[in-house]
Design a protein. Structure first.
Length: 296
């Protein structure tokens, strides 16, 4: 399915490289680390625009794709609101984006596309209104007709960021930015003059993150990758829950971590979480185990 922003450039793209370039990056504090299933993985997509041959970004969109060979697949959630500083002119209502399907009416945060249960995040980003004519206030799109110059030329510009829950299936997971596309301003003009744009070459080298999901840490009741005193209240909440996660979630836990309690909480191997697991939990707090290993 081809979408609105790709259609804007359909007539101008070719196999030839353009002098102007946009270099994309994808970073994560979890990149290159071991994480446990149910923990939160954060990501940030950014870009820089070449200088001396243009006046900054006019349109920037990119896809966040999970490697189809990952041990487990899931629907990648949209990027997190709000729109990063410096990019508000690219998002609704000031700019032009795809329609949203998860985040209300604003496709700037990306739209989920693909097979249910393994959807990727498509066309994160948007474009400035360079047509010199603004829509009326309240129309919801293209309400600002004077673009901003220099976006992406003063250093790395954050395009969007978000997070997802690491799957419970152990193994190496990788994610990358793909199908990046951009226009740059040839000349920034105030409305009602049109601001002419030109396509840019997308550089995707290194726009990838990976992490390894390791077997859960016994006693890691909040799934933060460590076994310590911060797990005590989470363990008690789960133990007393009777299957109701409300207290656990109110404390800051995630549903995925709560659902994995047979992994981190079933310390006596009975396939259920009950009072017989308390002594084992205390042993884990006193002497934290290595991933996949029992508590002393």
């Amino acid at each position: 399915m081809r979408m609105v922003l790709r259609a804007v450039l359909a007539g101008s793209l070719s196999a030839a490289a353009f002098a102007q370039t946009v270099s994309f990056s994808l970073t994560s504090p979890q990149n290159g680390t071991n994480v446990t299933g149910g923990s939160i993985v954060h990501w940030t997509a950014g870009f820089t625009i070449s200088t001396g041959d243009n006046q900054g970004a006019a349109l920037v969109v990119v896809d966040l794709i999970q490697n189809p060979a990952n041990p487990a697949l899931f629907d990648i959630p949209p990027a997190t609101a709000p729109v990063p500083a410096g990019m508000t002119n690219f998002a609704r209502p000031a700019g032009v984006t795809n329609p949203g399907d998860v985040v209300a009416a604003n496709g700037y945060y990306g739209v989920q596309r693909g097979t249910v249960g393994q959807k990727n995040l498509i066309q994160i980003g948007g474009m400035q209104n360079t047509f010199g004519v603004s829509q009326s206030p309240g129309s919801g799109m293209a309400e600002t007709a004077s673009p901003v110059a220099g976006v992406g030329q003063a250093g790395l510009q954050v395009l969007a960021g978000g997070s997802f829950t690491a799957p419970n299936t152990p193994g190496v997971y990788s994610f990358s930015l793909q199908d990046g596309i951009a226009n740059v301003l040839v000349q920034r003009n105030d409305a009602p003059a049109i601001s002419p744009v030109a396509p840019a070459t997308a550089v995707m080298t290194g726009a990838m993150i990976s992490f390894t999901v390791v077997p859960c840490l016994l006693g890691d009741a909040n799934c933060d990758g460590s076994v310590n005193n911060f797990d005590i209240d989470f363990f008690v909440d789960a133990l007393l829950s009777g299957g109701d996660p409300s207290s656990y979630l109110a404390r800051g836990g995630t549903q995925a971590c709560f659902d994995a309690r047979d992994c981190w909480g079933d310390l006596d191997g009975s396939t259920s979480l009950n009072n017989f697991d308390i002594d084992g939990f205390v042993a884990c707090i006193i002497a934290p185990p290595a991933p996949g290993q029992p508590c002393p």
